[in-house]
Design a binder for this molecule. Structure first.
Ligand code: SAM
Ligand code: SF4
Length: 369
C-alpha cells in the first residue's frame, strides 16, 4: 500500500463506528519502539539494527492520539526489546493526557511487553510513575540451560542462570513499583515449543503459582521467515492445559472480550493469579485461531502499519507524519486501512484454503508480537 492518496475519509463524530470488512472493531494498537533486542530467541530472530527512519516521540504521540480517536483503546509498547529505547518513560508520560481524556478520544490502558533484562527497580518505578498500567514479562524456562537456549544466549547454562536471576528480580521490582498481578497489571508470557522447552511447562506453572502471577502460554507461531517454523514444533494449547491440569486440576474461566487467550483457574485456588481468578491463559493462535475477534493494529518502529501479524506488507504512515504532521490525513489513512482490512491468515492456514505457509511474512521483532 502507498501513502497519502487514501480515498477514505477519517472517522468523525456522528459517523458509524469503524469496522473492517469482516465487521471487526479496532481495539489494540501495538507499537514497536525498536526492532533490536538484547536476546536472540530462536523463534523470533530479532534484527541487529534498527531501520534508518525511527519515529520520534512527537510522531508516536500523534499516531496514538489519532488511533485512540478511531477506537484503539489499548496501547501496547513492544519491540524488539522496548526497554532498549531510552525514551519509553518519556513516551508514556507524554501520553498521560490521552489516558486522562474523557469520551471518544480516551486511551484506556498502556501496557508494555519486555524480556525483563533491563527492568531495574528504578526503571520499574519510573515507568509506573510515568503512567504505565500493565507489564508483561516474557520467560520461557526456569533453569539456566533452558533460559539460555530459548533466549539464544551464548555462554550456556551459566549465562542463562544470570539472565534468569535478573528476570526474577525484575518481577519483584515490577510488583514493588505497583504492578499488581492480582489486578492483571503484571503477567508472565512463555512461548512453548515442542522438543525445545515443553519440559518447562510444569516448572513455569509452579513458578507462576508460587508468585501469584497469571502465566500466558503461547503456541509457537509461524511469524517471519527466519525461525524455521514447522508444525510439529507446535505444542497445542489443549495439550499444555492437559499436562498442567494433570498436576494441578484446572477449570475454565472463559475468554476475555476480544482476548486472544482462553483462561483457566486452579481448582485448589493455588496461585492468586489475575482478575476473575484467572491463573493460566493459553494463546492458541495455531490450533484454534481467533481471527474473527482480532482487533489489533501493529505499527513498526519506523511507522509502518500492519493489519495482521502475518501480513507481508504494511502502510507507511510517515508521509502524514513528516516533514510536517497532518493529523487529519493520518486519521483518514488509519481508518481507510482498517476499513479495507480483511485479514484472517490463521484461519486460512488452518483451513488450508491457500498456500498460506509459503507466503512471506514480516519479522516478529519488526512487528512486536
Ligand atoms: N522483547 C519483548 C519480549 O520478548 O517480551 C517484546 C517483543 S516480543 C516479539 C513479544 C512477544 O512475542 C514475546 O512474549 C515473545 O515470546 C513472543 N513471540 C516472539 N516470537 C514468537 C513466535 N514465533 N511465536 C509465538 N510468540 C512469539
Ligand atoms: Fe527479543 Fe522478545 Fe524477540 Fe526474544 S521474543 S528475541 S526477547 S524481541
Amino acid at each position: 500500500m502507498t501513502g497519502p492518496s487514501s480515498p477514505l475519509p477519517p472517522a468523525s463524530a456522528g459517523a458509524p463506528p469503524l469496522r473492517d470488512r469482516l465487521g471487526r472493531p479496532p481495539g489494540v494498537l501495538r507499537l514497536s519502539l525498536t526492532a533490536r533486542c538484547n536476546l536472540a530467541c530462536p523463534y523470533c530472530c530479532p534484527d541487529a539494527q534498527d531501520p534508518p527512519e525511527l519515529l520520534t516521540l512527537e510522531e508516536r504521540v500523534l499516531l496514538v492520539r489519532e488511533a485512540a480517536a478511531l477506537g484503539f483503546r489499548t496501547l501496547r509498547l513492544t519491540g524488539g526489546e522496548p526497554l532498549l529505547h531510552p525514551g519509553v518513560e518519556a513516551l508514556v508520560a507524554a501520553l498521560r493526557p490521552l489516558r486522562e481524556a474523557a469520551g471518544a478520544t480516551r486511551l484506556e490502558a498502556i501496557a508494555l511487553t519486555t524480556n525483563g533484562l533491563l527492568l531495574t527497580a528504578e526503571r520499574a518505578q519510573r515507568l509506573r510513575q510515568a503512567g504505565l498500567d500493565r507489564l508483561t514479562v516474557s520467560l520461557d524456562g526456569t533453569d539456566g540451560a533452558s533460559v539460555a537456549r530459548m533466549g539464544g544466549l551464548r555462554g550456556g547454562a551459566a549465562a542463562g542462570d544470570r539472565a534468569l536471576a535478573t528476570i526474577l528480580a525484575a518481577l519483584d521490582h515490577a510488583r514493588a513499583a505497583g504492578f499488581d498481578p492480582a489486578a492483571g497489571a503484571l503477567k508472565l508470557n512463555a512461548v512453548i515449543t515442542r522438543g525445545r522447552n515443553d519440559d518447562q511447562l510444569l516448572p513455569l506453572a509452579a513458578l507462576a503459582r508460587q508468585r501469584g502471577i497469571e502465566l500466558r502460554l503461547i503456541e509457537y507461531m509461524d511469524v517471519g521467515n527466519r525461525n524455521g517454523w514447522a508444525p510439529e514444533q507446535v505444542l497445542p494449547a489443549q495439550e499444555m492445559v492437559q499436562r498442567i491440569g494433570e498436576r494441578w486440576p484446572l477449570e475454565p474461566v472463559g475468554r476475555s472480550a476480544h482476548g486472544t487467550a482462553a483462561r483457566w483457574r486452579y481448582r485448589d485456588g493455588g496461585g492468586s493469579g489475575g482478575p476473575g481468578g484467572s491463573h493460566l491463559a493459553v494463546v492458541a493462535s495455531i490450533s484454534a485461531p481467533f481471527c474473527g475477534d482480532c482487533n489489533r493494529l501493529r505499527v513498526t518502529a519506523d511507522g509502518v502499519a500492519y493489519s495482521c501479524l502475518f501480513a507481508a506488507t504494511g502502510l507507511d504512515l510517515k508521509p502524514w507524519l513528516r516533514p510536517g504532521p497532518d493529523p487529519a490525513g493520518l486519521g483518514a489513512a488509519l481508518s481507510g486501512q482498517w476499513r479495507a482490512r480483511r485479514d484472517r491468515y490463521s484461519e486460512e492456514r488452518q483451513e488450508q484454503t491457500l498456500e498460506a505457509a509459503q507466503r512471506p511474512h514480516a519479522e516478529m521483532a519488526y512487528l512486536g508480537g
